[in-house]
Design a protein around this ligand. Structure first.
Ligand code: FCB
Length: 451
């Protein structure tokens, strides 16, 4: 039995966003498509096949079987009433015979349903033969992007180059928690540089194909020092550079934070000119802030990750907050802080922003906690907009429960429940809540717009 909604749609903050604000839902190819046998393998297939890498021992071979059920999923998106759908294009699938046809069909289906397609061109599923330690991967990425843009560019107008290069570098190449499972620690920095270069080359390739609405999806967390002590503040600043500025500074300012550029491979200055190609907008994935202090001399666990003792910081629990099933603290005002701080830090260099991911993992169909999380974060976003930050869109992570990387199927981020035995989709209470909020917001906004 679904309980009454926790919040009143008549008080929806959504009606107070500017007209034209883009509401959407997000997914990624590897996490939902399945049909792994119908495409070339990615680094995630290889990683998952190694025993012990994925906590519940599962694979994404079938996942939500979206590849075969995309019509049903597009109908769910259309019924929800969002404006846009952020999905990702699997490079290994595009490299496989007929692979691009799938995205062609998906884009047609979305357009026919009145939903704007917003593809991400890389969401971590690198073809298994490629390696971000190699500079050549950046050039290969731009070639693949040109092929996709040529095929879909008549219907797709809004593009995202990369998803969270910070996590892909840190989790995949420094700590080994994600594919390809390397533990290079700071020797993983070239992976960051090559992804940034790939992004810049992709922006050029997309513009050459006529695109003029291009962004990237970067993760950001406000970083809070564990105490006022100098050692905690230094550790927090180090973490802030690694997570928040290592990618943002080169993109927006055309330079690396102090001391980092020297560690990068190749002709870094020439590359920075490519990396800082002006963006039409900047995408932010926000889940929670991070409390960071001085190293504690031992391995530490946080949010499902193990941080080695030799790191110059330690990530701490934020006390006194509710946590999601993932153990991430629920801190909506962290989003307001993040957005206003970005505007302060980057000033006129900050393009319009889009929240490309925000969401939470909770069990159950009657997911009142997810409703409270989304309601709180949309309210926090509104406060940033009202404070003058130019934000143009918000995407909920995620449409469906899906394969949550190294956590397997144990984390449920969806507005729609997926039964992994039958693959049946069941909208949760949060889906109904969001649909009502959107309807109410539109109903309220239109007369004002007209008048
Ligand atoms: C983000 C990823 C996305 C999903 C969410 C929960 O870091 O971009 O694929 O796993 O976290």
């Amino acid at each position: 039995m679904i309980r009454r909604m926790a919040t009143n749609p008549n008080q929806s903050p959504m009606s107070r966003f500017p007209a034209g604000f883009l509401w959407g839902v997000a997914t990624s190819a590897h996490q939902i498509e399945g049909a792994a046998g119908e495409r070339a393998p990615s680094v995630w297939d290889a990683f998952t096949a190694e025993p012990g890498r994925v906590k519940d021992g599962s694979t994404a071979e079938v996942a939500c079987d979206h590849y075969h059920r995309y019509r049903e999923d597009v109908a769910l998106i259309a019924d929800l009433g969002v404006d846009a759908y952020r999905f990702s294009i699997s490079w290994p699938r595009v490299d496989s015979p007929g692979g691009l046809d799938f995205y062609d069909r998906l884009v047609d289906e979305l357009c026919a349903a009145g939903v704007r397609p917003v593809p991400t061109l890389f969401h971590w599923d690198l073809p298994v033969a490629l390696d971000w330690l190699e500079r050549d991967t950046a050039e290969r990425f731009a070639q693949y992007v040109s092929v996709v843009a040529e095929r879909l560019g008549d219907r797709v107008t809004k593009w995202i180059t990369l998803n969270e290069p910070a996590e892909h570098t840190l989790l995949g190449h420094a700590l080994g928690a994600h594919a390809p499972g390397r533990t290079l620690m700071f020797d993983a920095l070239p992976v960051a540089h090559h992804q940034l270069l790939a992004h810049g080359l992709a922006v050029r390739a997309l513009r050459a194909a006529g695109a003029d609405d291009i962004g990237i999806a970067n993760s950001h967390s406000p970083t809070w020092p564990a105490s006022g002590k100098q050692e905690d503040r230094d550790a927090a600043e180090f973490y802030d550079v690694l997570l928040n500025r290592l990618f943002c500074d080169p993109l927006l300012l055309g330079r690396y934070p102090e001391g980092i550029g020297e560690l990068m491979p190749g002709d870094v200055d020439a590359d920075l000119a490519v990396i800082s190609e002006p963006l039409d907008w900047y995408g932010i994935n926000y889940y929670a802030p991070a409390e960071v202090g001085a190293p504690q001399g031992t391995e530490t666990e946080y949010g499902g990750l193990t941080f080695p003792a030799e790191l110059p910081f330690s990530v701490r629990e934020i006390e006194g907050r509710p946590v999601t099933d993932f153990g991430w603290p629920v801190v909506p005002e962290g989003l307001t802080e993040l957005l206003t701080d970005l505007r302060t830090r980057y000033g006129d260099r900050l393009p319009p922003l889009v929240i490309t991911e925000n969401g939470c993992s909770y069990e159950g169909l009657d997911d009142q906690e997810r409703i409270a999380y989304l309601d709180g974060h949309i309210g926090a976003l509104l406060r940033a907009v009202e404070a003058g930050v130019d934000v143009r869109g918000y995407f909920v992570w995620s449409l469906l429960d899906n394969f949550e990387w190294a956590e397997g199927y144990a984390r449920r981020f969806g507005l729609v429940h997926v039964d992994y035995t039958t693959l049946k989709r069941t909208p949760k209470a949060s889906y109904a809540w969001l649909r009502d909020q959107l309807r109410t917001a539109r109903g309220r906004r239109s007369p004002a717009d007209a008048g």
